[in-house]
Design a protein around this ligand. Structure first.
Ligand SMILES: Nc1ncnc2c1ncn2[C@@H]1O[C@H](COP(=O)(O)OP(=O)(O)OP(=O)(O)O)[C@@H](O)[C@H]1O
Length: 634
């Protein structure tokens, strides 16, 4: 036993304490995952050493056969996991095994409800890593030494998982990390050969590093009895130990793909889809991309983890290589192994390498194809869409070249179903377009109900023309980048002149022109009465039930986007709406017959109501109420 010096007791960061507490309670029924998490870390540590040793062979300290070893002791109720990977120094140990250095953790932990099943899901999404040892152990000891440092620079970390841990300097001949779990009374079952082997095969078969367990064989005498003292212990590799992505597709089962996903993505649940490809020729790479079944907790964090695990010729280079996929595909997880980059590539070099852009183009295409394939299963695709749809909507703005492809993957709510579920594709819309209809119509509002009940839809509903109902924050921005789909342009029903294409016949158009002419005088009077509130007043045939609506000129930023920008503190130049009046409406008829003060008040009321119906805020709501009351009591 090594003698420990320079021992200090330190407290866990608050977040770690919370996580430990929650994890132990909510992951009880899923306890066995501790082994997967610890093997995963050990394999990562081996990958890191292999990478560091590219420049400095001496780091192997004469032992370049990277491996993970698992032993148990039934008497002592312990399990020990050992790797000869990169190891940690004292500073690493304190930072890595005492804190959680991921932004958004505190907010994430606040979402915990105390309900076991719900929290287990959330925690799975967060990834528990090393701390999962405490699900089965009431004490954990880590002995480690960073590869390339002196034997005297070993470190021992111990904790009962109750708020504090100790660190001490120890002598340690071996580099790498050894973790001993002192099993809880009710977790003794894990100190068992058969159980451990099964778990290794179940969770870690696909890891390239061999996971070994000791196997003791005893010689037998002629009668088949054990010969005492003849025990020989050898190390047996328990897992498959070849990189899964390097195997031919036909050799890999769905379960193996799923298990590998959990290692790569640090996720507990199954992926929705994957795409495994080996490419030879101008570019040489193998990629294995996954669509997760749920969003990571930090999907909207600016510095949240994203990107693929990068290997060059099977040597692990880095996690989260984000240069190989566009931002709008940041939910995609997976592995890229290529021969086209040099082994000493760094994040900085990746940014300048022209090969990276080529691979990025190819992977983007793969990812979009994978989503297209997934979209054939409407139920699974809906799960995907509900989780990642708003991220994919960033696509047309970010990736001009693939705009049409991304557009094909979008899903919207629409007047066809009139529900808030975003499940209608543009292709479906185009198929349902009315004869003579040339455009794809949409309305944008702050909420689904505001969109669904927008007065602008009245004529469309009357004529049975479908309109997409958009209410996500990103929607107006999305539509500003989507100009066409399948040769059809898009039209915001609340902007510019209403153009129903050939759905309207000549007689209708003529009748509208005549009405407009007949109302010229009224329009002039209203415009005078509202002088600085509007830029124009027109008659409209958009409306059937409402007396008036406001519209914006065709190329003006829409109301929703303006409100978002203003809420974000942006000062927006003032824009006056165009007021459109429904000549068939009794209130407009009443307006026409009114004079003087009542006329002015009614005109203002119609404008203010149109702004409210569109979801806008009145500049002076009290004035509106006053006017309305005076007209009601007149
Ligand atoms: N066997 C090991 N050898 C070397 N370093 C390790 C080992 N196990 C853990 N670490 C270090 O401790 C850090 C924290 O581990 P932990 O498992 O908690 O999180 P993680 O692996 O970074 O992410 P996740 O929570 O998603 O698993 C690791 O990033 C790594 O630097």
């Amino acid at each position: 036993m090594s003698t420990a010096t320079h021992e200090e007791t330190l407290g866990f960061q608050t977040e770690v304490k919370q996580l430990l507490n929650l994890m132990i309670h909510s992951l009880y029924s899923n306890r066995e995952i501790f082994l997967r998490e610890l093997i995963s870390n050990a394999a990562d540590a081996c990958d890191k050493l292999r990478y560091a040793a590219l420049d400095n062979d001496a780091l192997y300290e004469g032992d370049s056969e990277l491996r993970v070893e698992i032993e148990h002791d039934k008497e002592a109720n312990t399990i020990t996991l050992r790797d000869n990977g990169i190891g940690m120094n004292r500073e690493d140990v304190i930072a890595n095994l005492g804190t959680i250095a991921r932004s958004g953790t505190a907010e994430f932990l606040k979402q915990m409800s105390g309900e076991q099943q719900k929290d287990a899901k959330l925690i799975g999404q967060f990834g528990v890593g090393f701390y999962s040892g405490f699900i089965v152990a009431d004490e954990v000891a880590v002995r480690t030494r960073k590869a390339g440092t002196a034997a005297s620079e070993g470190v021992e970390w111990r904790s009962k998982g109750e708020g504090e841990f100790t660190v001490a300097d120890i002598e340690r001949e071996l580099h790498g990390t050894e973790i001993t779990l002192y099993l809880k009374e009710d977790a003794k079952e894990f100190a068992d050969d058969y159980r451990l082997q099964n778990l290794v095969r179940k969770y870690s078969d696909h890891i390239e590093v061999p996971v070994r367990m000791p196997k003791t064989e005893t010689a037998k005498d002629d009668e088949g009895n054990d010969i005492e003292g003849s025990e020989v212990t050898t190390w047996e590799t328990v897992n498959e130990a070849t990189a899964l992505w390097a195997r031919p597709k036909s050799d890999v089962s769905d379960d193996e793909y799923k298990a590998f996903y959990k290692h790569v993505a640090h996720d507990f649940s199954d992926p929705l889809a994957w795409s495994h490809n080996k490419v030879e020729g101008k570019l040489e790479y193998t990629s294995l991309l996954y669509v997760p079944g749920r969003a990571p907790f930090d999907m909207y964090e600016r510095d949240g983890a994203r990107g693929v695990k990068l290997y060059v010729q099977r040597v692990f280079i880095m996690d989260d290589a984000e240069q190989f996929l566009p931002l709008y595909l940041r939910f995609i997880k997976g592995v890229l192994d290529t021969r086209d980059l040099s082994l000493n590539v760094s994040r900085e070099l990746l940014q300048q390498d022209p090969q990276v852009d080529k691979i990025k183009g190819a992977l983007t295409k793969r990812a979009l194809d994978m989503l297209k394939k997934l979209s054939k299963d409407s139920e699974e695709y809906q799960t995907f869409w509900n989780t990642f749809g708003s991220v994919l909507k960033e696509g047309p703005g970010e990736d001009f070249a693939n705009r049409e492809k991304v557009a094909g993957l979008l899903r919207f709510a629409s007047t066809h179903s009139d529900t808030a579920t975003q499940d209608q594709s543009l292709a479906d819309y185009v198929e349902r377009m009315k004869e003579g209809q040339q455009k794809i119509y949409y309305v944008v509002a702050d909420s689904f109900n505001a969109a669904k009940n927008s007065p602008h839809l009245e004529i469309f509903r009357k004529k049975g023309i479908e309109v997409l109902l958009l209410s996500d924050r990103i929607d107006e921005w999305l539509m500003s980048h989507l100009t066409e789909f399948d040769g059809k342009s898009f039209a915001d029903v609340a902007k510019g002149e209403l153009d129903l294409g050939d759905v309207e016949d000549e007689a209708e158009k003529k009748a509208q022109e005549e009405t407009a002419k007949a109302k010229e005088d009224l329009l002039k009077r209203v415009k005078e009465a509202l002088s600085d509130g509007v830029q124009d007043v027109k008659v409209t045939h958009r409306l059937t039930d409402s007396p008036a609506c406001v519209v914006l000129p065709e190329h003006e930023m829409g109301f929703q986007m303006r409100r978002i920008m203003e809420a974000a503190g942006q000062k927006m130049p003032e824009v006056k709406p165009i007021l459109e009046l429904n000549p068939e409406h009794p209130l407009v008829a009443r307006l026409e017959g009114a004079e003087g003060e009542i006329f002015t008040q009614l005109a203002h009321i119609l404008l203010d109501q149109a702004i409210i119906a569109e979801g806008g805020h009145l500049d002076d709501p009290a004035a509106y109420v006053k006017r309305l009351n005076s007209v009601l009591t007149a």
